[in-house]
Design a protein around this ligand. Sequence first.
Ligand SMILES: C[S@@+](CC[C@H](N)C(=O)[O-])C[C@H]1O[C@@H](n2cnc3c(N)ncnc32)[C@H](O)[C@@H]1O
Ligand SMILES: Nc1nc2[nH]cc(C(=O)O)c2c(=O)[nH]1
Ligand code: SF4
Ligand SMILES: [Mg+2]
Length: 216
Amino acid sequence: MAVADSVLLTEIFFSLQGESSRVGLPTVFVRLTGCPLRCGYCDSAYAFYGGEHKTYDEVLQEVAKHGAKYVCVTGGEPLAQKNCLPLLTRLCDEGYSVSLETSGAMSIAEVDPRVSRIMDLKTPGSGEEAKNLLDNLPLLTTKDELKFVLTSEADYEWAKGMLSSHQLDSKCPVLFSPIWEGLKPDQLADWIVRDKLSVRMQVQLHKILWGEKPGV
Ligand SMILES: C[S@@+](CC[C@H](N)C(=O)[O-])C[C@H]1O[C@@H](n2cnc3c(N)ncnc32)[C@H](O)[C@@H]1O
Ligand SMILES: Nc1nc2[nH]cc(C(=O)O)c2c(=O)[nH]1
Ligand code: SF4
Ligand SMILES: [Mg+2]
């Protein structure tokens, strides 16, 4: 149930951005609760349930305490809460440089244009490929990023096929990321070099630094 002018929140924390082309930048993370997907590898399942209702003002106050320039709204699936949209706009109005991590299973059409949308196109290995909303693809602009999280060689081949069939690398930067402790990063690197793909490979920096746990 949506409560007026509020979101259901799992956590707010300050860390180094571990993903996307913003990797390494000190960033405040706002993790909203709930997700309609169940990717087999999900590292944020603790955000599926629970959470606390927080008004936009309360979220902004908590974010401001950290004195950072960058804010990343994630989840769960942030766009599953309709109040995520006004929250993104309030964060932009405050002058933050805002990114949004989204599964691409919900429309990104109404997201404030100042936000950089990091859209994950779910691979077959996630178990949630059927949820991909392909109508989102034409909406991506050069300030957005399209991400493939890969579990296997089959996922890699699928992602390569999607790149060429939809000419995805001409829309926005493309990220290829191996699942943590699943697909070996050096194996993925070898395939990308072999095939000369114009994608950015990345591993989750925060897990290299601190392991897999909430709040980092
Ligand atoms: C936790 S999700 C939250 C935002 C949104 N629900 C989504 O899936 O994009 C943020 C990003 O973490 C990625 N992720 C989750 N678990 C992962 C894992 N075990 N290894 C690598 N990336 C993972 C997701 O694929 C997604 O790109
Ligand atoms: N440090 C850090 N960077 C991140 N970038 C995206 C994250 C996410 O969970 O969406 C994440 C996260 O959980 N931690
Ligand atoms: S969509 Fe994101 S939060 Fe939801 S299960 Fe998949 S990775 Fe986890
Ligand atoms: Mg994470």
